[in-house]
Design a binder for this molecule. Structure first.
Ligand SMILES: *Cc1c(COP(=O)(O)O)cnc(C)c1O
Length: 354
């Protein structure tokens, strides 16, 4: 058995994945030609399940790429001529801005305070902005941006792009409230890494057609040419697409999953907020706290003791990330993690630190 991991990516895979991998081998999926009817059927079924289980709108296009990072680059290459505008409060949002600036140097960013909910009405969007980019769930510090705030950013003037890498599959997202969504499967979808999802509204595709960028193997228009045939421009991670299909068949409707995660998150927050707790929460404002990544601050000495004690009993805690590396640890609250595992971690923490 693998250790019980609470790492927020790569994270715990659904245990059923072991059988699905064996099935993939037995069914010949591992050697399948990616232009064959059998492969196109897998792709098509997976797209249908994304519509049904996650409520991806039928008129939005879904593309299979290799990672969330690749989607960042595709957006700059194919949907931005000169300038994207990035709102961020943590390490992933900042990284996205840096990747964007490498390709479109005029791109700019604005930070917002970790404890202050993003208020679209107070943000001044620069005139030349073509795409506004933001991270729905900032995995580095355990904060999230509400659907209302995302919706309030929508405008005729520009497209909005949302990184939902550590929330897609765990949080109820209203995809109609933004033009571009991106994620990868090794977080809330409980799968091994190596597959990314890029989801585009009709308006985003329209923009790609206006820009007509076809200089890269992963130009959005190539992706679209191929996806119209349920194919990809290069040989894709067919195994992971197959696993995604099987996992989507298995999981509860997103409304139920999101409801469970929200309750679990609030129980975590209540626990760490008690007077007896030797920890404190990095996000002090309950309104900004993530449903899927619980970020806990502690003295460095306590932090290293608790992490090594945890690993001795087969529990893997998430390290801090970016500027919070040495002062926090993170607990994934992803759907594949069971209530039993959560109570085991709670007991461990209370027993060893309270
Ligand atoms: C994990 C993560 C990424 C990077 O995902 P890759 O699949 O490794 O490219 C990007 N953004 C956020 C918010 C993440 O949590």
């Amino acid at each position: 058995m693998p250790p019980v991991t609470f790492y927020p990516g790569p994270s715990k895979v659904y245990p059923e994945v072991a059988n699905y991998m064996q099935d993939a081998y037995n069914e010949g999926v591992l050697s399948i030609n990616h232009r064959s009817a059998a492969c196109m059927d897998i792709v098509k079924a997976t797209l249908d399940l994304l519509n049904r289980k996650l409520h991806v709108p039928a008129d939005y296009a879904v593309f299979f790429v290799s990672s969330a990072t690749e989607s960042w680059e595709i957006i700059s290459q194919s949907l931005v001529r000169e300038q994207s505008f990035h709102l961020y409060n943590g390490a992933f949002g900042k990284k996205w801005l840096e990747y964007a600036q490498n390709l479109r140097p005029l791109s700019i960013g604005a930070t917002f305070d970790l404890n202050t909910p993003l208020a679209a009405s107070q943000v001044e969007i620069p005139k030349k902005t073509e795409v506004v980019c933001l991270t729905q769930n900032e995995t580095s510090n355990g904060t999230q941006v509400s659907m209302e705030a995302i919706a309030a950013l929508q405008s005729e003037r520009y497209l909005t792009a949302v990184d939902a890498t550590s929330s897609l599959g765990g949080v109820l997202l209203d995809f109609t409230k933004a033009d571009i969504w991106l994620a990868s499967v090794q977080k809330c979808l409980g799968l091994p890494a190596g597959l990314g999802l890029l989801i585009c509204s009709p308006r985003a595709l329209q923009r790609a057609w206006e820009i007509k960028e076809r200089k890269h193997y992963n130009s959005l228009l190539f992706l679209q040419d191929n996806m119209q045939k349920f194919q990809t421009q290069y040989t894709p991670n067919v195994l992971n697409i197959y696993l995604l299909k099987r996992v989507l068949e298995q999981v509860a409707p997103i409304v139920e999953i999101a409801d469970r995660l929200q309750k679990q998150a609030s129980e975590w927050y209540t626990l760490f907020d008690t007077d007896a707790s030797p920890f404190r929460l990095l996000a002090q404002n309950p309104a900004v706290r993530s449903d899927t990544v619980i970020t806990v601050a502690a003295e460095p000495a306590l932090l290293s003791r608790i992490k090594s004690q945890a690993s001795q009993v087969g529990i893997l805690l998430g390290n801090g990330y970016g500027s919070w590396k040495d002062t926090t640890f993170r607990i994934a609250n992803f759907p594949a993690i069971t209530p039993g595992e959560i109570s085991m971690l709670k007991h461990f923490l209370v027993l060893n630190t309270w």
